[in-house]
Structure formats: structure tokens, C-alpha cells
Write a protein that binds this ligand. Structure first.
Ligand code: GDP
Length: 295
């Protein structure tokens, strides 16, 4: 994960290791390389610049107050700032309802259906939760079928109504079904398209308004780099979602989406997807991710 970024940051920070103290010159040189590494990893230039400016101020301010060597100090400052940029604390999912309704949004292929299954499985394993998965992609019968396959695999019931073209009606019927059958979590998988378009946005906004979910999650493929951030912004403008799910972090992704999405939409990354299997789900901990990035 993020091997390229980790290597580049390591060599950028290595420069300071030979120095006895932090100076304006060696900090500027180091942070120029850090900034380049971030931009190469698909972090937006403005975010990368703000990032290095903040680290610079802290480095020059703290230099005399710390027992750390310049190299160690800089690694610590970069790590702390990366953690902050990615959201600080880990953020949970709102499960306060009975049932708690979770609406999944995102483009087609982002990993929504897979993640819906993973989340259902994750919650089911918590023992106190009995999830219901809901197939609301009314355009692609294959997508409905895919959710049934996932449900069978993890032993979670799937609600669908093939032929019904109204996702709002399906969602409402599913919530009623959940109440009758003791499901305390309802996870609604919706239709995505290949790119952001008005019809998809109207449909998901209508579902959102009609069912008032406790939690709206936006699923995005981390391999799509800066596009991931732009798509997040488009969905957030319409849905004001609660959190981001970053999928495919097991692939050869550069890391930009993980680092910059929080600062663009001001919503936390809540979970990450790290594979195609149902157990390839992790809670997103900003500090652990920063540790991984810096090696
Ligand atoms: P949807 O169209 O948004 O519902 O996307 P799908 O759930 O069908 O996922 C699209 C493809 O990405 C499928 O082949 C999934 O197996 C794959 N996929 C989903 N999440 C992950 C992940 O975290 N890692 C990897 N490697 N593949 C994933």
C-alpha cells in the first residue's frame, strides 16, 4: 500500500538525518521533496503546499524545544500532520436507530455492492446486529443477483423486488420488512453509473430525502486518484453524506485519495476495503495509516 509514496517520503526525510540541527535551508529543501512526493501520489497541489507550510512552521518553532534529532523531529511532524489531514480520530458509523438505516452511494464499479456485503458481515459478527441487505439497483438485474450471491455467502438476508423500478418504494418496503422481522440494521445498496450524472444524483437524493437514513456512506475507488476527490465533492454537495469508504487499497494505489479526501469534503473516511473477499474490511485509523505511509 502506497509503496511509492513511502519510498519518496523516506528519501525526502533522509536528507535531514545527517544534519545536526534544523535550519530554514534544510527544512525548505526537505519539505520541497515531501511536497513533490505528495503531489506525485495524487494529492492536490494546494493541499500539499498547505501541508508543507504547516510542517515548516512547526519545525522552525519547535526546533529548540525538543530533544529529538532533526530527522526524527521531521518524521514526527510529518506523521502528526498526515494523521490530522486524514481526520485525526477514527470515526464510527451511527447505529442508533432500530433499525439503523445505512444508505450506500457511489459510482458503478466503486465497490458499493462488495462493501455492503462486507459491512453486513462485519456487523453480523458483532453478534448484537442482524443486518438486512437491500438491492436497489433497478437498472441492472446482474447487480441484484450479485447482492444475493454476497448475502448467501455471509448468511445475511437480501431484500429485493425485481421488476419494481422505484428505489424509494423498494427501500420503504425493505425498512418495513426489517421492522417485522427483527433486523436492526438495513444496508441499502443503490445504483451507480460510470460517471457523475444528473439522473443518478436525482435518484439517490430522492431516496435520501424519502427514507432519512441514519448514515449515508459514499464509496469510492482509491485507484481513481484525484477523480476520487472530485467525485466525493459532487456526491457530498448533493447528499451531505456522513462518511467515506475507500476501496481497493490493496491495489497499486498511490494514496492521494486517502490523504486528501477529508480536507476537501470535511467528512471522515470510516472504513477501507482491502480485497475482494468479505473479510477484507478495516476501520480507518488515520494515525495507523500515517504510520504505514511513513514506514
Ligand atoms: P459496485 O458497482 O459499486 O457495486 O462495485 P462492486 O462491488 O461490484 O465492485 C466492483 C469490482 O471491484 C468487483 O470486481 C469487486 O470484486 C472489486 N472490489 C470491490 N472492493 C474491492 C477491494 O477493496 N479490493 C479489490 N481488490 N477489489 C475490490
Amino acid at each position: 500500500m502506497f509503496d511509492n509514496l513511502s519510498d519518496k517520503l523516506d528519501s525526502a526525510l533522509h536528507v535531514l538525518k545527517g544534519h545536526g540541527q534544523i535550519t530554514e535551508v534544510n527544512v525548505a529543501e526537505t519539505l520541497k521533496e515531501v511536497r513533490r512526493a505528495l503531489v506525485d501520489a495524487d494529492v492536490n497541489y494546494k493541499i500539499a503546499k498547505e501541508f508543507t507550510n504547516t510542517v515548516k512552521e512547526k519545525a522552525l518553532g519547535q526546533n529548540v524545544l525538543t530533544a529529538l534529532k532533526p530527522g526524527q523531529l521531521m518524521v514526527k511532524l510529518v506523521k502528526d500532520e498526515l494523521t490530522e489531514l486524514m481526520g485525526g480520530e477514527a470515526a464510527g458509523v451511527n447505529l442508533s436507530g432500530n433499525p439503523s438505516v445505512i444508505l450506500m452511494s457511489g459510482l458503478q464499479g466503486s465497490g458499493k455492492t462488495t462493501f455492503s456485503g462486507k459491512l453486513a458481515n462485519y456487523l453480523k459478527n458483532k453478534k448484537t446486529k442482524k443486518p438486512l441487505l437491500v438491492a436497489c439497483d433497478v437498472y441492472r438485474p446482474a447487480a441484484i443477483n450479485q447482492l444475493h450471491v454476497v448475502g448467501e455467502q455471509i448468511g445475511v438476508e437480501v431484500f429485493s423486488d425485481e421488476g419494481n423500478q422505484d428505489p424509494v418504494a423498494i427501500s420503504k418496503a425493505a425498512i418495513a420488512h426489517a421492522k417485522e422481522n427483527g433486523h436492526n440494521v438495513v444496508i441499502i445498496d443503490t445504483a451507480g453509473r460510470l460517471a457523475v450524472d444528473e439522473a443518478m444524483m436525482t435518484e439517490i437524493s430522492n431516496i435520501h430525502t424519502a427514507i432519512e437514513p441514519h448514515e449515508t456512506l459514499f464509496v469510492v475507488d482509491s485507484m481513481t486518484g484525484q477523480d476520487a476527490v472530485n467525485t466525493a465533492k459532487a456526491f457530498n454537495d448533493r447528499l451531505n453524506f456522513d462518511g467515506v469508504i475507500l476501496t481497493k487499497l490493496d491495489g497499486d494505489t498511490r494514496g492521494g485519495a486517502a490523504i486528501s479526501i477529508k480536507s476537501v469534503v470535511n467528512k471522515p473516511i470510516k472504513f477501507i476495503g482491502t480485497g475482494e473477499k468479505m473479510d477484507a474490511i478495516d476501520v480507518f485509523y488515520p494515525s495507523r495509516m500515517a504510520d504505514r505511509i511513513l514506514g
